[in-house]
Design a protein around this ligand. Structure first.
Ligand code: ZN
Length: 405
């Protein structure tokens, strides 16, 4: 599709292949954070191989560069974190800025936004969005998703741990924005920033995703099983679901030092000293898993704590969403619709405390505090375009873990 390539032809696009047969539209992002070049390299390599080996493609595959200028500088960002700008309010603000007032990341955002619109306008879908990242600490490779069933079902195919509900703690990641439009979106953190393993894991993940999304036939790829095993080994056979129970926020100008040697997913006992924040010791409030400890100067999250989600809770939540239990929530005292179409509830803080977060979580709600007495809770199911994906093999797949070989 020459017209499209010309339209997009710039440093933004890592690659684009349009197959002759119908199929999905799969979009891979690399380098939304400029100090995380592994994803970009991986995407590049997969595109080269598709071309060199003449692998046939169904549908359309895109590779998109994130923060182009920060990638060149080797920095997480130049002015603002590009992965914290994707809210309707912030985008509107950026759109209304005078051209000469635009910060570097404002420009990056506008450019990516335009590319996204062109893809959504010209392709038919189903759409799959995958965003590659790496972390400053050592880590098992893992997936982060907003808690919608389409995301869960697709993520479950990959032999790596899955973190649910990060959107409750971060404002404005690109994937939350895309997920809000109803599309399947999966973040993959492939390892430590500079590790070769992080590139290899992203390459493996991309091949698996292309096969699972049916853009490429499994039999057309040399070494599919090896890619699967590589991810499984790198994740040390951990493919559980986790949820975040705590975020340690950093203010600008704060002095923060993580104690050396922590790795994501490592268990820490209650009372363990984790970091020094403005000359005060920070302790683990309960036994939990440590997650994304910060070992770089740029970033607003010192570390997170996680815990494994029991299988029963996962199973129960899938069932409750199917029978449309969430529709009954506004019958509860202190709960009303803020926006029924978007599935946003306004919940009295006391009700939220009484009903406890876990129930709302089970039903697919994640919250954002707006003031002392009220909480906005948004369902990922109300906006999810389930019909776009419900015919796919992985959506109908009943088995809990099924990689298919
Ligand atoms: Zn990142």
């Amino acid at each position: 599709m020459i017209g499209m390539d010309q339209h997009l032809g710039n440093s933004r696009i890592i690659g684009h292949v349009k197959g002759s047969e119908e199929g999905p539209t799969m979009i891979f992002f690399g380098g939304i954070h400029g100090n995380e070049p592994s994803g970009e390299k991986a995407i590049q390599e997969v595109f080269i191989r598709i071309k060199e080996e003449g692998i046939s493609v169904n549908g359309s595959i895109y590779g998109i560069r994130g923060n182009v200028s920060a990638l060149l500088a080797g920095k997480r960002f130049l002015d603002l974190d590009l992965n914290r700008l994707w809210t309707d309010e912030k985008i509107e603000k950026i759109n209304s800025k005078a051209k000469d007032k635009l910060l570097n990341e404002d420009k990056e955002l506008l450019s990516i936004h335009k590319v996204l619109s062109v893809i959504l306008d010209t392709e038919s879908g189903p759409f799959y969005f995958i965003d590659f990242h790496t972390t400053s600490s050592k880590t098992l490779p893992f997936i982060t998703i907003n808690d919608a069933m389409i995301n869960r079902k697709f993520s479950k195919l990959f032999p790596v741990p899955i973190i649910l509900g990060i959107e409750e703690y971060l404002e404005g990641p690109l994937l939350s924005y895309i997920n809000q439009q109803g599309y399947l979106s999966v973040g993959f953190e492939s390892g430590q920033h500079t590790a070769q393993e992080a590139i290899d894991n992203s390459i493996a993940f991309m091949w698996l995703a292309l096969v699972y999304g049916e853009a490429i036939k499994r039999s057309d790829i040399n070494g599919f099983e090896e890619y699967y095993l590589q991810l499984q080994n790198s994740a040390m056979k951990n493919a559980s679901f986790f949820e975040i129970i705590y975020r340690h926020p950093l203010g600008s100008g704060d002095e923060f030092h993580m104690l050396p040697g922590f790795q994501s997913f490592e268990t820490v006992p209650k009372g363990k000293v984790l970091a020094e924040h403005n000359k005060k010791a920070v302790l683990a409030l309960q036994e939990s898993g440590i997650f994304m400890p910060l070992y770089q100067s740029q970033g607003e999250d010192g570390f997170f704590l996680i815990r494994k989600i029991p299988t029963l809770a996962l199973w129960l939540s899938a069932g409750l969403r199917k029978i449309r239990m969430p529709a009954l929530l506004p019958l509860l005292p202190g709960v009303s619709w803020a926006d029924k179409k978007k599935g946003t509830l306004l919940v009295n803080e006391r009700t939220a405390r009484f009903m406890a977060k876990p129930l709302f979580h089970l039903l697919g709600y994640r919250n954002r505090v707006i003031n002392k007495s009220e909480i906005l809770m948004t369902s990922r199911e109300a906006t999810a375009k389930n019909a776009m994906y419900s015919g796919k093999w992985w959506y109908r797949n009943k088995k809990s873990v099924e990689n298919g070989f």
